[in-house]
Structures are given as structure tokens and as C-alpha cells.
Write a protein that binds this ligand. Sequence first.
Ligand code: BES
Ligand code: ZN
Length: 605
Amino acid sequence: MGDYDPTSFSDPRVVEIKKITLDWTVDFDSHTISGNVVLQVEVNVDNAKTLSLDTKNLSISSISTKEGSGLKYSLREPHKAFGSALDISLPAELKKGTTLDIQINYSTSPNAGALQWLKPEQTAGKKQPYLFSQCQAIHARSIVPCQDSPSVKAPYYAKVTVKDPLVALMSAVGTGKQSLGDGRTAYTFEQKVPTSSYLIALVVGQLESRDIGPRSRVWSEAKFVEKAAEEFSQTEDFISAGESLVGPYVWGRYDLLVLPPSFPFGGMENPCLTFVTPTLLAGDKSLANVIAHEIAHSWTGNLVTNKTWEHFWLNEGHTVFLERKIVGRLNDEKTRQFQAINGLKDLHGSIEVFGHDNHLTNLVTTLKDVDPDDSFSSVPYEKGHTLLFYLETLLGGPEQFEPFLLAYINKFKYKSLTTEEWKDFLYEHFKDKKAILDSVDWDAWFNKPGMPPVIPDYDKSLGCACNELADKWAKATDLSGFQSSDIKDFKTWQIIDFLGQLILKDPLTPDHISGMDKLYKFSESGNSEIKFRWLRLGIRAKCESAVSPALDMVTEQGRMKFTRPLYRDLGGWDQSRERAIERFKQNKCYMHSTTSMLVEKDLKI
Ligand code: BES
Ligand code: ZN
């Protein structure tokens, strides 16, 4: 492993990729993508001998310069998570500053970690197959040999050939399509903004679209287009709010793609084309904060990027902060602070799962020999957000802190940075507040496990009613004091908060659960966030009636945020453990490979 980025074999200090040009043919019969990539590289030292790239399960057939002279290469022994380094011997006596084009002819493996291939039966339309990618954090190397480190940014261009009537889209702007006359069409794309490899994305399916704003449309299978257009109608308002906080949106288009239910995340900020789970389609826009979050990544993450995955909180902490600023602008400040309180519940939950002294609960992690998929949790999101909120209060409120955010984006746009550089810039920006900054226990915030050293005193006006009702249920020995009107004034997120609090308390009894359902009808909710928490509460209360709907939920959708805790709960109760394992084994072949890999660990099988 290189000493530059612990999860990449590359070293851009020697040779750096400056442009990526892809020519891909997607084959649904063999579940492979084949073709070539031309990497334009710049040599950063005299006499560089070797270009080391990241690859995982790729079959390389030849490598040459653009002019056609073959280059020698070898693949190192594969590492389980990081794949195989591809060492390419460079032409002799290259001078520092030279650029050259290297063409690699290759194909992917049917089990490329970045890809999920769906059979027609697994789609809503049932007639055509479907393919989508998920490269973050380190799966890009399974679809393209590259410097798979977020510190390396390059524009990319692509031609993707698919069979009709399938449509191909990428995390880029479409520049055209050409029918090849043999039942296939070639789609072309350009991403002119230098972009890290983890943001390369592809989807192929029978997709349709509808405009939802001046620079936005939703894409999905026909069945969901209308519903998605309605659900995500606030998209342009979110983008404008983002622009008013952190400057121009530089990516041209902002489109949304609603994926099939096995998509493992809530959303993924692929440039120009955010990918989202269909579990956001609640019917009332109540889960649209995920869209605000992915839009926020257009600045924090995609424009200003963590240098390695050890500094992932720079991406996610700032994005949650900006997401809540955007939501706060469109609603009010107390909604923003309520979302922050809510986030603390997820943070508690994650720390519980990892253990209070697990170093993966540090804000800044060490990923030597650690698969980033294994380290994923709410910690970088919520501890990161908590630090930023704490600093905002400490430094004099939004009037002081919002200009810092804008300055941060302007200073580091098109670049990648470490936590150290972030902190240096904070001190530089707040020169006259050095004493205040010195009062922050930086070592505890960055390098200590567990809950944050300081929890800000958030506005509790929206949270109070939830706290009171949750405490009352936790203490209740009989149910006479409750009625259905208890929650009649609750907004969706207050219900979510109420349930989230109960999950963190001692388990309720099956009688509590059935009594609660008679009054509040949670089992009828079509809102995935409510349903998820309701089922967890039921399983934890050892309520038999929750088992079968929980097994259904982990089968019908594959968003890891829901699927993993539900499987953990089901696997942790001896009455449901066997059914959970059986269901997992039946369903495994339909699951995303990352999800099944992690659920297998969650279930300890
Ligand atoms: N970039 C993440 C998703 C991700 C992280 C994929 C790490 C792979 C590795 C995305 O922006 C995200 O955070 N999604 C959240 C949204 C939520 C915090 C509003 C999700 O998926 O739930
Ligand atoms: Zn995110």
C-alpha cells in the first residue's frame, strides 16, 4: 500500500491522472463492461519509472501509449478490500512536466464491487434488465483502472454503448446519442469539472424523465416518474438556497435518478445526477432533506473534497451542516436545530454498535488495512455536524460562521484537503478569535472515540413534545393515559424522533407495542423512516407480530440504513434469528454485494 493514501496503491506525487476518456460497451449477457480507458497522465518527477494504478477484479488485455507502442505491466497480489495494484512501466527518461496518453484495454468482472446487475424481474417494468454503479468509497477501481484516491481529480469523457431500448446516464452532462444501426445506441458524456474517481457513475435501464426545474429533471423507470417529480419538486429551491450560502453551482445540470429498491444508500451525490433510493417516495416530501443533503455535496464533497477517506467527516460533516442550513432557510431555525437533535440519536445508535472506545468512532479515523465499507457509520456525519454547530455558536453565530463556509469553499474548490488544512484555514479566517479557538479541545474532537466532548444547547421547541411522550411511554405500566390525539399535531419528523428516542431506551413490552399501534396506527405508515423505527421497536420489545413485516422490509428494499439495523435486531432475538438467517440466504443473490457483505457480518454468520 502506498504511503500517500492508505486505501489506494497510487501515488499522484510521482505521476498524476489529468484526464480520463472511457469507451465502454455494456453487456447484460456476460454482466461485464468491456472496452478501454485512455488516461492522460502528467509526470511530476524526472525519470518516473512506474505508474501504479488501483484495480479490482479487472481483466487487462493490453496497455500502450496512444501512439501504439506497448507498455509492460504487472498486477500485484490482490488485497481483499483494496484489489490489485497495476504497475505500468513508463517509457524511459520522462522529464518532469511531460504528459502522455496511456490506453488500457480491459473488461470488468461479473462481480465488480461497483456494479449491481438486475434481472428484468427485479425492475418495476419487468421487461428490461438494469445496471447501476456505486463507486464511493473505493469501488471505482472495479470498473476502471485509476488512481482511486479522492485526492486525485480529473475531468472525464465517456462513450457508453448499450442495447436498445436501454438508456445510459452518467455523473456527467449528456452530449448526445448515436444509433449504431445494429440494435445498439452509443451515449456520450462529458464531465468538465475535475472530479474524483469515486464520483464516476453509470446507470443503464429503461429510463424515462420529467423536468422538475430549470436545470433539473427526474429519471426513473416509467412507473415512478410522476411520483418522483412531485416528491422532489423543491429541488430548485434547495439549489438556490445552497448558492446563496456557498456560491455558484458549477456543475451545469442537477438531475435526480430514482433507483430500484436494492440501492444501498439514501442518496449518492454523483455529479449532475444524484442517485436516490425509492424509499424517499413518502408522498408528502417529508424525506426531501436527503435531496438537500445531496445538493449540498455539490460544494462540500464534490467541489471541496476529503484528501483521503480518513478525513471523510470533511465531506459528510460539512454536508449535513449545509443540508440543515438549506432546510432551515426554507423552513425555520427551530426545524434546523430539531434535525440536529434528531441526528444525535443516530450518533448514539452508531456508537452503541461500534462500542464507546472503538477508534472508528473518532472523527478522524485511521484506515490502514480497513475497508471503508466496514467503517461506515453516522459518526462523521453527526459528530462532524456537532463540531461545526458548536463552532458556529462559539464564534458568534451564523453571521460569523456562514462567511467562513463560503470562504472555505472558495479557498479549497477543485481541491482535496486534510483535517489539518481545514483547521489551519479556520485559524486563518478567524485570526482575531485565536483565544476562542484555542479553548476548543481539538484532540478530543478529532482523536477520541465516543460521543462529542460538547453537545450544543439546541433549540428544543419542536423536540419537547416528543421527549415528553417518549418518557411517558417508557415509564407507563398501563396504557390508560394515552390517546390517539397524543400525536395529532406531530409532524413526520416529530414522530420519527419520538420512535427514535424509544429505540434508545429499555425495550417496551408487546402490550405497549400493540396498544401504541391501536392508538397511533404506525404499522399502517407508508413512510420508510417511520416504518423502520416502528419495526425495530417491535422486535426489541420481542413482539412476534413485528417479525414478518420486518422480514418483508429487509426483502423489499435494500437501503443499508434500514436493512442492517433490522437484520441486527432480528438476528439478536432467538425467536427470530433463524428466520432472519433463512431469509438472508434466500435473498442474498438479489441483494447489492456491499449490503450482503455487511449484513453477513451483522448477523455473524
Ligand atoms: N455520500 C453519501 C453516501 C455514501 C457514503 C456512499 C459513503 C458510500 C460511502 C451520501 O451523500 C449520504 O450521505 N447519504 C445519506 C443521506 C443522509 C445523511 C441525508 C444516506 O444514504 O442515507
Ligand atoms: Zn453525504
